[in-house]
Ligand binder design. Structure first.
Ligand code: GSH
Length: 223
């Protein structure tokens, strides 16, 4: 892989997923920051890369790749070690299911352009986001527990002793949950997995507060 760049925004959980995968795989890249608060993602210059007007977008040797699941699976195929998906097809399906609970079932419902539709009703908007986060995190907690039991994989990460795509999607979703002051006590398994991630160098590199576009006075998110 020669030249790698990532269109990213420091607080974007979907960008955070790709930053985690790049850090776990020790792939160096250039950050190309897109300010979601000024709407830069919807301007023609960026929409040329991603017509959905979303970050992230990975650029490999000048070619853009969008959608975090597709990007991370591309990185996995180009750079298989350390692996983010297990070997057995059935275990891969279990990890991919956890990924989709966040990617399809949770994050899209609290995305900026969805919450903007609440035009001014801040309380309703916050409760909407919390509702879908609770639903997604409860399902993740339950399925991750079943999967860990079936695999005999007690942790510390979601699916065993090494991080997988499940952790790469979970950690940013927990970051979002904390931004919305969601009570995480009903989800002890995933809180433990996130605490394990916090101890790693890849978390330190990918976390929002460490990004070049993060405000200089921003505090690291609390555990
Ligand atoms: N399914 C897409 C979702 C990307 C996405 O929702 N990105 C958010 C930031 S996490 C975004 O750019 N939102 C801008 C907006 O809603 O205007 C992916 O996984 O890459």
């Amino acid at each position: 892989m020669s030249k790698v760049a990532l269109y990213t925004y420091w607080r974007s959980s979907c960008s955070y997923r790709v930053r985690l995968a790049l850090a776990i795989k020790s792939i160096a890249y250039e950050s190309l920051c897109v300010d979601l608060l000024t709407g830069a993602q919807r301007e023609a210059a960026y929409a040329e890369h991603n017509p959905m007007g979303y970050v992230p977008c990975l650029v490999l040797d000048g070619k853009p790749y969008v959608e975090s699941v597709a990007i991370i699976e591309l990185l996995e195929e180009l750079h298989p070690s350390p692996a983010l998906l297990p070997q057995a097809p059935t275990d891969r399906a279990a990890v991919r299911a956890l990924v989709q609970i966040i990617n399809a079932g949770t994050q899209p419902l609290q995305n900026l352009n969805v919450l903007e539709r609440f035009s001014g009703d801040k309380a309703a908007r916050t409760e909407w986001a919390r509702h879908y986060m609770r639903r997604g995190l409860a399902a993740f907690e339950e399925l991750a527990g079943r999967h860990a039991e079936a695999m005999g994989a007690p942790g510390p990460f979601v699916c065993g002793h090494a991080p997988s795509m499940a952790d790469v999607f979970l950690v940013p979703q927990i970051y979002n949950a904390r931004r919305f002051d969601l009570d995480l006590t009903p989800y002890p398994r995933i809180v433990r997995a996130e605490a394990a991630a916090r101890e790693t160098p890849w978390f330190a590199a990918a976390r929002p507060e460490a990004q070049p576009d993060a405000p200089k006075d921003v505090l690291p998110s609390a555990t």
